[in-house]
Design a protein around this ligand. Structure first.
Ligand SMILES: Cc1cc2nc3c(=O)[nH]c(=O)nc-3n(C[C@H](O)[C@H](O)[C@H](O)COP(=O)(O)OP(=O)(O)OC[C@H]3O[C@@H](n4cnc5c(N)ncnc54)[C@H](O)[C@@H]3O)c2cc1C
Length: 217
């Protein structure tokens, strides 16, 4: 059920200079992994969508936010202190795993930057999930939440630093690798990455009905 209300900030966790996690009171919000919320400061009318990063069974809600230079909301949320109130609306959206596929499906999650957030929630909420994540990031330290993934299921594709997993963009990884045609693919983040990655996987024989996307910008 969708709710609108004021939720207290429990903790702000800085992951890099520009990316942070907000841990927020959950109250009685129930959601499906992959959904998002609308979030803003209590005294501000501006709200933005943020995917829920925490698992469905966690006692708090978390979102993973990248501060956008010249942005209006992401910069201000970073200045909050524990105890401050946030306006939270949700859960919203339909970007989730089909219930009948969770047990048996083979999932490929493709994210750019903070687009990893819904996949973090899906993995945390479903401990037996058969998944592989391709995470498009610039540098190795943008591997947000790496410790929460099985190391052979999480591949960092770095465009500006060598020496973590794969040197290049997620699209380069897709070009150079094969994927079973029954793989169910989820994409999240930047539109250009999503469009290119979807086209590549379709050309490799994965049916369009198995491709699901959430565009951030
Ligand atoms: C369904 C959905 C879920 C989302 N989930 C997340 C999430 O989990 N984490 C997250 O950080 N963002 C997420 N976003 C993006 C978020 O809603 C905001 O757009 C973002 O935080 C910028 O808001 P702002 O007010 O700071 O900047 P604005 O003033 O709204 O925008 C400034 C400019 O920044 C661009 N922009 C937006 N996001 C980025 C980005 N990450 N990198 C570079 N440029 C960007 C916008 O297109 C715009 O041109 C999501 C968007 C959608 C639609």
């Amino acid at each position: 059920m969708q709710t609108t209300g004021l939720h207290k900030l429990i903790e702000l966790i800085n992951l890099t200079e520009s990316t942070y996690i907000l841990r927020i009171e959950k109250k009685d919000m129930q959601f499906e992994a992959g959904q998002h919320i609308l979030l803003g400061k209590a005294d501000d009318n501006d709200q933005r969508e943020y995917s829920i990063y925490s698992g469905t069974n966690d006692e708090y809600l978390e979102v993973l936010i990248k501060e956008v230079v010249d942005g209006s909301v992401s910069i201000h949320l970073k200045n909050l202190n524990p105890g401050d109130l946030l306006k939270v609306e949700g859960p919203l959206g339909f970007f989730g795993l089909s219930k009948d596929k969770i047990e048996s499906g083979k999932f490929l999650f493709i994210a750019s930057g903070t687009g990893i957030a819904p996949f973090h929630s899906m993995v945390k909420s479903n401990p037996n999930l058969n998944y592989k994540i391709l995470h498009g990031i610039r540098t190795c330290n943008e591997d947000y939440g790496k410790e929460d993934y099985n190391s052979d299921r999480y591949i960092r594709c770095t465009s500006r630093e060598n020496g973590c997993d794969f040197e290049g963009r997620v699209t380069d990884y897709i070009r150079q690798n094969d994927f079973d045609n029954d793989t169910i693919c989820y994409f999240c983040g930047n539109f250009k990455m999503i469009k290119e990655a979807m086209d590549l996987l379709e050309n490799k024989g994965i049916p369009g009905s198995q491709l699901h996307a959430e565009v951030y910008f």
